[in-house]
Design a protein around this ligand. Structure first.
Ligand code: NAD
Length: 305
């Protein structure tokens, strides 16, 4: 096995993704080498068969495919473009795949710089959360050249269940943040509906029964309604243990608002959802699951009789 895939950023999402890649190293006929600037998930990656590098230059050494999964746009820009970063240290011609959720403008800027430096680059953000990353059921939304996606598809298939080519550079990020904006807005709509229903004295189980089979049906409302005791999968059963946190939803709603501004598209409901999630985060709910925005909306008062 002479070919090497590097994986940088083995946090909550990158860790399980890199482990799934490493577990399939033999099938793929390549080594998997990981690096993170903080050492948390290293043992688990070693156990899954990955080699562990102590530095960025070591992880990219001889790698023809390089994945990254870091928190935000500034982290991506710095990882790739800083002095001593990926552009300075990786073998020329390597295929770079950034899986972080970041703003479209930064994704496009970094991909353009990559091409100018003799690399190929895909943006490939994911949805499906930590559980999906562990079970290899995440969806990849990919922006960049279709031929580059085909080259790396066998590796993506070991980490996820669905791979969608969304168009040129930045369009993976565009698809991701447009999707998450719908989820964020839906979460607020669902929370408001259950809060109103509750105050009117409507049994939430009956509301669920109606909404989940009527025109108000949404993925988050059906899978993750904000009242305990209705559906087993709901985070409300576990005091809104995440899942996808309010902090991450706020980040994605801010990204969709930045994108709307970039193209001068009005997005009043998305803007309101972003502000509501900011209020939730500022009220100490940032660590809760997205459906926990209900706590902010409904407040603590018992519903009137
Ligand atoms: P995380 O903070 O758990 O992991 C990020 C890792 O990147 C950390 O371990 C950090 O040390 C490492 N890192 C940052 N800069 C680095 C650098 N220059 N060199 C080496 N390592 C570096 O974050 P996460 O939850 O795994 O999220 C990663 C991305 O995935 C984010 O963009 C997030 O929005 C997106 N995402 C997260 C989820 C989720 O449910 N957590 C779901 C979908 C998408």
């Amino acid at each position: 096995m002479s070919e090497v895939s590097a994986f940088i950023g083995i946090g909550r999402m990158g860790g399980p993704m890199a482990r799934n890649l490493a577990r399939n190293a033999n099938t793929l006929g390549r080594r998997v080498r990981v690096y993170d600037k903080s050492a948390s998930a290293i043992t688990a990656c070693k156990d899954a068969g990955a080699d562990v590098a102590d530095s960025l230059s070591e992880v990219v050494d001889g790698a023809d495919v390089i994945f990254s999964m870091v928190p935000a746009g500034p982290d991506v820009r710095s990882l790739y473009m800083d002095e001593g970063g990926i552009f300075d240290t990786a073998p020329k011609g390597a295929l770079l795949i950034d899986c972080s959720t970041i703003d479209v403008a930064t994704a496009q800027e970094v991909a353009k710089a990559a091409r100018e430096r003799g690399f190929r680059m895909l943006d490939a953000p994911v949805s499906g959360g930590v559980a999906g990353a562990e079970a290899a059921t995440i969806t990849f939304m990919v922006g960049g050249e279709a031929s580059d996606l085909e080259e790396v598809r066998p590796q993506l298939e070991k980490m996820g269940a669905k791979i969608v080519h969304c168009g040129p550079s930045g369009m993976g990020e565009a698809a991701k943040i447009c999707n998450n904006m719908i989820t964020g807005i839906s979460a607020v709509a669902v929370a408001e509906s259950y809060a109103i229903g509750q105050r009117l004295g409507l049994d939430p189980k009956i509301l669920y029964d109606v909404v989940s089979t009527s025109s108000g049906q949404t993925n988050i409302g059906t899978r993750n309604p904000p009242i305990a005791g209705i559906v087993e999968t709901a985070s409300a059963n576990r005091d809104f243990e995440p899942g996808f946190t309010i902090a991450l939803m706020l980040k994605d709603l801010r990204l969709s608002q930045a994108a709307a501004k970039q193209v001068d598209q009005a997005s009043p409901v998305g803007a309101a959802a972003a502000e509501i999630f900011a209020l939730a985060a500022n009220s100490g709910l940032a660590h809760l699951d997205t459906a926990g925005v209900f706590k902010l909306i409904a407040g603590n008062q018992p519903p009137p009789k």
